[in-house]
Design a protein around this ligand. Sequence first.
Ligand code: SF4
Ligand code: SF4
Length: 134
Amino acid sequence: MSTSDANHCLDCGACCAFFRVSFYWAEAEARGIPADLTEPINPRFSCMAGTNQRAPRCHALAGEVGQRVGCTIYEHRPAPCREVQPGDDQCNKARAGYGLPAIEAWCWQSPIPAGLTDPLPHGADIHTPPPPAD
Ligand code: SF4
Ligand code: SF4
């Protein structure tokens, strides 16, 4: 995770407090997610604690959405957290839910489309880590 002030994710956190963050139950142990930060959904699926409710907010999220946030289990976060990309549909849906402006997906792509400048550091967000080695 970058500490850059230009990083949208560190100033956002909307997707961590908008969706139910669910995953195959065994992923929690495989990734080392603390047991008290997960909740069972059914025999096959679990979710991040706090996200299976009417006003979701992951218990691993620190800070205030739309202000300054961080994932307290960044290295262990489950697949859904790794899949959402700044500027994709889920990202901007969550941001809209908090009244935050949409992010242009090209901000996080490489190379930058011709005629546009790069306003953000690539790969410097909480949801786009390097690919796992396995
Ligand atoms: S992926 Fe999008 S919604 Fe999620 S924290 Fe980053 S900028 Fe916010
Ligand atoms: S585990 Fe981290 S990245 Fe995933 S929803 Fe919770 S706070 Fe967000």
